[in-house]
Design a protein around this ligand. Structure first.
Ligand code: 2AM
Length: 181
């Protein structure tokens, strides 16, 4: 079985800017530069033959390249159940269009449709018992964060290797987007 997800890679410049947001929250495990990405669709564990179908279906997607602007920070969960600190992206039709194409390609491969609404984000930290006041300060201090525009010219199929030190992500294949020129 392979644990897969589809994501957008970030440029080194954007990774550096996002890494610069880290700090100031006890109980936060910050995402390493090398692990930062924007998930389009988490697939989960699939057998190898289905992974090959997924690869073929992703290779057939035709969608235009675009740019992405990063905007603000937020959190998933709340109070004692605060789970994740993230950086957001500006509303982006091309991103929504691409995500919908990825979703329908995967459903055609036999995966169950994603029930949750797509909420594009880059996970900055996972939280464990982080004090609410420090989370609050993080969110207000970083609220004006912006980065980009960053060109997006491919989609990546990732494999996730779960281990004691957290997941390690391996890029299996890149699928180019189409240039308008
Ligand atoms: P997250 O960063 O918000 O946790 C690899 O695990 C990627 O898939 C992560 O970016 C993760 O998003 C995303 N993902 C979405 N749903 C997931 C799930 N049910 N289990 C693990 N990862 C998931």
């Amino acid at each position: 079985m392979l644990r897969l997800f589809v994501a957008l890679d970030l440029t080194d410049e954007v990774r550096q800017r996002l890494a610069g947001l880290a700090g100031g929250v006890p109980g936060a495990r910050w995402t390493g530069l090398e692990s930062m990405h924007l998930t389009l669709r988490f697939i989960g564990e699939v057998p190898e033959d289905q992974a090959m179908d997924i690869d073929a279906a992703l290779a057939e997607i035709r969608a235009p390249a675009f740019t992405l602007t990063f905007d603000g920070v937020g959190m998933f969960g709340s109070g004692r159940r605060a789970r994740v600190l993230w950086a957001g992206v500006e509303r982006n039709e091309a991103l929504a269009h691409l995500q919908a194409k990825v979703e329908s390609a995967l459903v055609r491969c036999g995966l169950p449709a994603e029930e949750r609404k797509f909420s594009p984000h880059i996970t900055l930290a996972r939280l464990k018992d982080a004090p609410a006041d420090r989370i609050g300060r993080f969110l207000s201090d970083r609220g004006l964060f912006r980065a980009g525009p960053m060109p997006v010219d491919h989609v990546t199929l990732y494999r996730s290797h779960l281990g004691n030190g957290g997941a390690v992500y391996e890029a299996l294949r890149e699928y180019p987007l189409e240039n308008g020129a």
